[in-house]
Write a protein that binds this ligand. Structure first.
Ligand code: GMT
Length: 378
């Protein structure tokens, strides 16, 4: 199959998932064409992978250069020149409406191509439902030839906030368990925790929805009781506040802000506990990647998090903002080696249920179904 994938190329979960999906499909013999404004961060060379950059020319008249128009035109050109079979867009805004437009431009030339929209999170729950975008988002989701959501919760949220007339299929996010697995990085652990301290970690794009200050406050309570270190990975608008908070609490010596990192499997291999206190997560891919490396998770019970983090098994769930509860849970997991090992094993076992070997065939089956239905219609 020849598949076009449109996504955000950044460190965000939707781009990561789309890139991992494209790489997994290419390894299975499909030809995959990525269309985006920058090379996706996790994209590696493979003979079946092509990358097409969307460039947006500037002009003095444009305070806001028209990215969606440039994206649509690039989609049209790539689909025509490479005779793609289908287009799979990740994150509805503006990818679904651009796909709709591209499809109809191509139709005029005699080329018919279906598009599939995968909903990821804030494209529905935060940005998408804003009235500025909602009419276009609703229309372009409804016009998709198939719609998927990454969790049951996101599917429910989509029906709640938008008038969607079609079925939404849940295809959960997946993890590459060959890459994300525990490996021995003792030398690295010794550098960061020379006295055998427990290592806690948080990974995100440091936006408000992630509640990064809660991570620091949970750590503060754990740190009072257990020798520990905290790794803060990623970057974004809330990083400065988080750094200021750790300075005001005088625990900065035990907190490292590492910024954006590519070798997450290595960092997770030395981590004992992952902290995700988000206001909302449709899924929480970063938590799944941690679990695949055998790292238990303390998180909120918001959105789709209970679908991956099983309370009392892979970690614990707390109400949003309940720092005390989260810190007690953290102490429960970290209190002794036997308990920690038990949680680590269960986190790993649960993560295996989200392996790429299990999830990729769901996307392939959907592609085949859409193409068959499409052929019978046109
Ligand atoms: O919605 C976002 O915050 C951005 C989005 C992304 O592009 O990174 O993240 C969402 O998609 C991820 C992949 O499906 C999920 O793991 C995240 O939970 C989800 N984020 C939110 O729902 C806040």
């Amino acid at each position: 199959m020849k598949i076009g994938i449109v996504c955000y190329p950044t460190f965000g979960g939707s781009g990561v998932l789309a890139t991992e999906l494209g790489m997994a499909l290419s390894a299975k013999g499909h030809e995959v064409h990525f269309i985006t404004y920058q090379q996706p961060v996790r994209l590696h060379f493979h003979p079946n992978i092509y990358y097409h950059e969307v460039t947006v020319p500037t002009y003095p008249l444009f305070d806001f250069p028209p990215y969606e128009t440039a994206l649509t035109s690039t989609m049209v050109n790539v689909i025509m020149n490479n005779n793609l079979d289908l287009l799979h867009v990740h994150y509805a805004i503006p990818h679904a409406s651009a796909a709709y437009f591209a499809k109809h431009i191509l139709k005029k030339t005699g080329k018919d191509i279906p598009y599939i929209t995968t909903l990821h999170g804030t494209d529905i729950t935060l940005v998408g439902k804003d009235q500025t975008y909602a009419p276009v988002v609703t229309f372009s989701i409804n016009e998709s030839d198939a719609i998927t959501a990454v969790s049951d919760n996101l599917k429910e949220e989509t029906y709640k906030y938008f008038k969607i007339e079609k079925d939404i299929q849940v295809i959960p996010n997946f993890v590459d368990t060959e890459r994300f697995q525990h490996s021995n990085k003792e030398h690295f652990k010794k550098m960061l925790a020379p006295n055998g301290e427990r290592i806690m970690a948080h990974v995100s794009n440091f936006r408000k929805v992630k509640r990064v200050e809660d991570v620091i406050r949970v750590f503060e309570r754990v740190h009072e009781k257990i020798p520990s270190k905290l790794l803060m990975i990623g970057d974004g608008p809330e990083r400065q506040n988080a750094e200021e908070l750790c300075r005001s609490l005088s625990i900065c010596n035990d907190i490292r802000f590492l910024g954006k990192q590519e070798q997450m499997d290595e960092i997770l291999s030395i981590t004992d506990l992952f902290v995700l206190p988000s206001q909302y997560e449709s899924f929480g891919l970063s938590a799944l990647e941690a679990m695949a490396c055998g790292v238990p998770v303390i998180s909120t019970n918001a959105g789709g998090l209970p679908e991956i983090n099983v309370h009392g098994k892979t970690g614990f769930l707390s109400e949003v903002g309940d720092i005390l509860d989260m810190s007690q849970h953290a102490l429960e997991i970290l209190k002794d080696d036997k308990t920690l090992k038990h949680f680590k094993e269960q986190a790993l076992e649960h993560a295996r249920g989200f392996s790429k070997q299990r999830i990729i065939p769901m996307y392939e089956a959907l592609y085949n179904k859409v193409l068959e239905e499409y052929k019978s219609l046109v």
